[in-house]
Design a protein around this ligand. Sequence first.
Ligand code: ADE
Length: 248
Amino acid sequence: MQIDVLTLFPEIFQGPFSVGIFRRAVERNLVRLNIHNIRDYTDDKHHTVDDYSYGGGGGMVLKPEPIFEAVAAVTSTIKEAKVPVILLTPQGRLFNQQLAGELAAYPHLVLICGRYEGVAERVREHLASDEISIGDYVLGGGDLAAMVVIDVVVRLLPGVIGSAAATEEDSHTAGLLEYPQYTRPEVYRGWRVPKVLLSGNHAQIAQWRREQSILRTLKRRPELLGKASLSSVERRLVDEAGSSVDSA
Ligand code: ADE
């Protein structure tokens, strides 16, 4: 996958993507990240990227021209006819694991990071094919949001994480939170690892994990259970556990 990011602060993308899983993915040619400075696409002496909001108030707005120019320059080098051009904004559709899965299927993404008080409406209307928010709060700009999107999407690319199972069992992948994980020692400060995990019985372990996943989701994020695909036995488990939670 190739990801092109348009930002006013290219330097802040250096840190998170020069370590760990992402770095290895780049080294193995599974992902290519190109960071472009929107300011390089201005044509005035002062490299102006923002301007006043028509009608007054509202603070400064990112001008359309440099962003249109930058997207044109980036997409002119791309073979695919339809490349998602995504504007990061608190007004976008809410990012989640499922949306990350959809984005991971594209060979190419273009991400536009807003700053200042807003982005010219004509960028939304005539340039962006999608708008994404990473949560109901306002960041200083779209850069951190773009980094979150990139981090989540790249983990899902084939070959980036050792085994596909490692991401299949992640929290949110199946609409549930992940089960508890234990590692050595078997007893730490008197706290024991659940017996079933030491049993070597893979079917029992899988069933225990699944139940833990469901019960943990019920306790912490019950609203997720409505959409999760559960067997009738598992639904009963939820009902029983739910009524004991209610009466507790
Ligand atoms: N820019 C500012 N806040 C944002 C958010 N919550 N999501 C995406 N981009 C943003």
